[in-house]
Design a protein around this ligand. Structure first.
Ligand SMILES: C[S@@+](CC[C@H](N)C(=O)[O-])C[C@H]1O[C@@H](n2cnc3c(N)ncnc32)[C@H](O)[C@@H]1O
Length: 283
């Protein structure tokens, strides 16, 4: 086994050591674990908290299941990079995958760990950095990362790392934000045009206003370059509720998404295969 069922409470938080942007990224996600705002007043880490946040997650982002294909990975080695509170990680584990999770923050990895424990599953979760994954080359059958590597300062390094730790013939499923999306257009209108800053760059607006400091968003071609090392590379734009937002927690009805050209969707989902000999994991 590559990590000894890493328990986050025995790990040191690397966010205390990282410099510059990454410290701010870690600090943001420590204070706002992804999805925790959906829980109303529920106590973080309780079974009710996990149930409610999970239900809302898959109601808002039902397409996650189509891309992750949780059932397909039974018995296989799966790594989720940036697992946050562990909703998807626990789905892989519940479906029988040998699932490992990693997150930059102690808060995220500790909540993910507790979620798995509540479900009676072994928590294999560690604090770590997508830019320097603590795993050997060619380890995993699936490397999965949903909405993470656009937050880390060196996204190129993170993409290389995700490809490195997949086994030859192994798969990657990665979601990255789309710069040519309705969400980014809304951000430009709110923080550029309506604030009399029509010349503000999209990159600056995204870095300052979309979640953690320094967030980036990519075009389909840029994403293709990031993952040029993969074969059968597919980049699928997905229209999300966030593209159809009317207010903080108010969205247009989901059928409206079908009327929006898919290439304007906020999520770009990358799927590809690491080249090389196929076969089972080296573990
Ligand atoms: C938008 S949340 C997504 C969480 C989870 N994948 C989900 O879909 O709910 C982004 C997550 O990426 C993590 N993250 C950001 N930079 C990271 C890095 N360099 N290495 C590992 N995780 C990182 C954050 O701590 C946070 O939990």
């Amino acid at each position: 086994m590559i990590v000894e069922s890493a328990q986050p409470d025995r790990c040191e938080d690397p966010s205390s050591k990282v410099r510059g942007g990454k410290t701010q990224v870690a600090s943001f996600w420590s204070s706002n674990p992804c999805g925790s705002g959906l829980a109303g007043g529920l106590e973080p880490g309780t079974p009710e908290f996990f149930e409610v946040t999970e239900a809302i997650r898959y109601r808002r982002e039902p397409f996650v299941r189509d891309f992750a294909q949780f059932e397909k990975w039974k018995g296989q080695w799966v790594l989720e990079v940036g697992c946050g509170m562990g909703a998807d990680l626990s789905m892989f584990a519940r479906c029988g995958a040998r699932a490992f999770g990693l997150d930059l923050t102690y808060t995220g990895s500790s909540l993910a760990s507790r979620r798995l424990q509540h479900l009676g599953l072994v928590p294999r979760v560690t604090v770590g950095d997508s830019e320097r994954l603590p795993f050997r080359d060619g380890t995993f059958d699936l490397v999965y990362s949903w909405g993470v590597i656009h937050h880390t300062p060196n996204t190129d390094a993170a993409a290389m790392e995700l490809m490195r730790v997949a086994r030859p013939g192994g798969k990657l499923v990665v979601m990255i934000y789309n710069r040519r999306s309705l969400v980014v257009l809304q951000a430009y209108l709110m923080y550029g045009l309506f604030r009399a800053r029509p010349l503000a760059s999209l990159k600056e607006i995204i870095a300052s206003h979309l979640e953690s400091p320094g967030t980036k968003a990519y075009t389909v071609n840029e994403v293709r370059q990031l993952f040029a090392g993969l074969k059968d590379l597919r980049v699928t734009p997905v229209v999300t509720p966030y593209d159809l937002r009317l207010g903080r927690n108010r969205f247009m009805p989901s059928w409206v998404a079908a009327l929006v050209p898919s290439n304007l969707g906020y999520f770009l989902v990358v799927e590809g295969t690491k080249p090389g000999e196929t076969g089972s994991s080296v573990l």
